[in-house]
Design a protein around this ligand. Structure first.
Ligand code: DX5
Ligand code: ZN
Length: 212
């Protein structure tokens, strides 16, 4: 299982220093963008991502928890995102937003909140490069993993096999060495924030996840 490191809980003033010991070992950097409308929290925007782009050439997995993603795709692409994932629950034309992401040279991801079934996004699956299953309510790091997400990952894996789809399956929220083990057979990568970054030894916890 690959790991996409969520930097939501990092010390933003010392981001270079905080990432320096771990950046070589991570596969993807997960950028949690929150607008205070789609979720009850505000994080950072494309300017911050553009600054981080100067520090590393790792794959940037940008997760837009914003109400109007279609208005900002160009900015997030220009900031250096590789994957741009938005929510099916957002207020936008889903198919047009997928097309816009691709037109701007990025890979397109779609995310579902804990109460949204896989059936809601089934018609978009042929066009996606990533599906992001939320295993917590989006908005905050450090929450408890919701088990229902495991069945959604299984379902997405079956659908991919049956139909020869190409999306990566990614899971986000409450991932640690225990919950990661529940999903490792059904996902390609997992987002992890607090389990890795708040650890005494972040690299050790990261390796635990990667070796599950
Ligand atoms: C929640 C975010 C997650 C989260 C991950 O809204 O999308 O990426 O911050 O953090 P942990 O691993 O602490 O749940
Ligand atoms: Zn996220």
């Amino acid at each position: 299982m690959k790991v996409s490191l969520s930097i939501l809980t990092i010390d933003y003033a010392n981001v270079e220093k905080s990432l320096s010991n771990i950046i070589d070992d991570i596969d993807y950097v997960h950028m949690d963008v929150m607008d205070g409308v789609f979720v009850p929290n505000i994080s950072f925007g494309y300017s911050f991502i553009a600054s981080l782009r100067k520090l590393t050439n790792k794959t940037f997995d940008t997760h837009l928890m914003i109400m109007h993603p279609q208005n900002y795709i160009e900015q997030f692409a220009n900031a250096g995102s590789n994957y741009i994932t938005f929510h099916v629950e957002a207020d936008c034309d889903v198919m047009e937003t997928i097309k816009l992401i691709k037109k701007n040279g990025c890979k397109a991801g779609l995310s579902i909140k804990p109460n949204t079934p896989v059936s809601e996004i089934e018609k978009y699956l042929p066009y996606l490069d990533m599906v992001l299953v939320m295993s917590v309510e989006p908005g905050f790091g450090g929450q408890k993993f919701m088990m229902d997400a495991v069945d959604k990952c299984k379902e997405l894996k079956c659908l991919r096999e049956e139909n020869n789809y190409n999306y990566l399956i990614n899971i986000d929220g409450g991932i640690n060495n225990i919950t990661g083990a529940y999903v490792k057979d059904y996902v390609d990568l997992a987002v992890s924030g607090s389990y890795v970054l708040n650890a005494v030894n972040p690299v050790e916890n990261l390796e635990k996840l990667k070796n599950l």
